[in-house]
Design a protein around this ligand. Structure first.
Ligand code: EPZ
Length: 457
């Protein structure tokens, strides 16, 4: 698409709460309810072959929000259009007046030329917390925004106070009324400020990064998050004309500009999907080529995987992982903001520890309630005891298939991994969580030898 081209084919989005996006024979994305779908996995196969890694969900969502900062079209490539979260945010953006189209070749076209009212309703925001990321761009561009507060979720209360703190420092007047954040910028727009976050927050860094691009003067975000997805967002904003430096460090400096323009940008690889299949290779004694991804974005995840017994090497744009004969060895990990061990791979790593020789301790420091997979893994025969924010996993367990369910995306992924090695059949219920974050999971795993099927209600 040329940046001056109009979008002739705005996405039509079906009604429904829990959904996943499928691409029709005509190449159109269709969002359909998936709340009651199940996945059945027959354990005991070894993962061998190639898995193409999708674009990062947690980058794509922010890049989509950033398209609100310009009246010109933005084209995103390597966009994981098959994810339900992409569909949900598309609905939020569409509701705001953004013309958009998601294409089966992983391209998304976004044109936020006319925003009728910078208002994001509860109905849409409650389905996905990341919708709060429209606040910063809307406030910066229109001087006013009204966005529903997202509310808590299964992994913790997850407040957005730090998102708002930054915008207040930039001069915004913020009120919470009837469950909505009502934010108003000073007359001439947001004003650059020094903002020091008391704790590292990915979302607060991103929301304020986007808001600051159009503020008057210089903003410094200190104790900022350093996740690769933030670097990706900053890189795209710079391509749109923003002046951002310090990306990937804990101090990001943004010199405000008057306006941003359209661009074309490729979403980075999904490091969490990459890590999930690395764990799959380790658990099944497999041999996988993970395509179009990089060790550079995996931070402190690589070392414990190597110590556990997985051979890992970068080869061009792919990562080759194998553990064909080596035994699995237990090791301790603690989750931390990037480049520390990612909380989004904690459940998968813990599942691997159930097979390792010896014991391993997992400490979760990012979220207060992220052990929902523990009781389900125990139902499959795992020996895990939780003490506060740590879990001790006694290894060398023979997992047994069971009917299981999880209330969080990564916990659901860990149950699929457990199913791959369990004796007999595992049924993972309520897989709409998986549809939020793993594109074509049954096809991708089926292609590398897993006996996995999706049952639609
Ligand atoms: C992002 O969530 C990711 N989500 C999460 O991915 C990921 O687990 C998390 O970062 C940490 O890496 C997206 O990118 C859409 P935070 P975010 O703000 O931005 C507290 C997945 O599975 N906090 O870094 O919401 C918060 O409660 C997921 O894909 C405040 O107290 O995470 C948490 O304890 C789930 N006040 C900690 O900070 C605030 O204003 C870190 O949260 C904001 C956050």
């Amino acid at each position: 698409m040329s940046h001056s081209q109009e979008l002739k084919n705005p996405l039509k989005i079906a009604q429904g709460t829990e959904q996943h996006v499928v691409v029709s024979a005509q190449g159109e994305p269709v969002i359909r309810p998936s709340g009651l779908d199940k996945i059945k996995v027959q354990g005991g196969t070894v993962l061998k072959g190639n898995i193409p890694i999708s674009g990062a969900k947690n980058s794509a969502l922010k890049l989509m929000c950033a398209t609100l900062l310009t009246s010109e079209p933005v084209e995103l490539t390597n966009l994981p259009v098959g994810l339900a979260d992409i569909g949900t945010l598309s609905k939020v953006l569409n509701g705001l007046g953004v013309q958009l189209a998601l294409r089966s070749d992983h391209v998304g076209l976004f044109h936020a030329r006319d925003i009728a009212k910078p208002f994001a309703p509860y109905d849409l925001v409650r389905k996905m917390r990341a919708s709060i990321l429209v606040l910063g761009p809307l406030l910066a561009r229109f001087g006013y925004a009204e966005v529903s507060l997202p509310g808590g979720c299964a992994i913790g209360t997850r407040p957005v106070d730090l998102h708002l703190m930054g915008m207040e420092a930039m001069g915004a007047e913020i009120k919470i009324e009837e469950g909505y954040v009502k934010a108003k910028a000073p007359k001439g727009g947001l004003i650059g400020a020094d903002i020091t976050f008391p704790i590292v927050s990915v979302g607060a860094t991103e929301n304020n990064l986007m808001a600051a691009t159009l503020a008057k003067g210089t903003t410094r975000l200190m104790n900022a998050a350093r996740e690769p997805e933030i670097v990706d967002l900053g890189n795209m904003l710079n391509k749109m004309g923003a002046k951002i430096s310090g990306l990937g460090t804990d101090t990001i400096t943004i010199e405000g500009v008057k306006s941003l323009h359209g661009t074309r940008h490729a979403v980075i690889a999904d490091r969490i999907e990459t890590g999930t299949w690395m764990v799959g290779a380790a658990m099944t004694g497999g041999n996988l080529i993970l395509e179009n991804t990089s060790l550079d974005i995996l931070g402190a995840f690589i070392d414990p995987m190597r110590r556990a017994g997985l051979d890992i090497e970068q080869s061009g744009n792919d990562i080759h992982v194998a553990r064909e004969t080596k035994p699995l060895i237990g090791t301790d990990i603690m989750t931390e903001p990037y480049p520390g061990f990612p909380t989004d791979l904690q459940a998968q790593f813990m599942t691997m520890l159930t097979l390792c020789a010896g014991a391993g301790m997992v400490t979760e420091t990012v979220f207060e309630n992220r052990f929902m997979h523990v009781p389900e893994l125990c139902r499959m025969g795992a020996h895990i005891s939780v003490q506060g924010n740590s879990a001790i996993v006694r290894g060398a367990t023979k997992l047994r298939g069971a009917e299981v369910m999880a209330t969080d995306l990564r916990a659901s992924a860990s149950l699929v991994l457990a199913g791959l090695v369990a004796e007999g059949e595992t049924t993972v219920n309520r897989i709409y969580h998986l549809d939020r974050g793993y594109e074509n999971i049954t096809e991708k795993l089926g292609n590398v030898g897993a006996k996995i099927t999706r049952l639609s209600e």
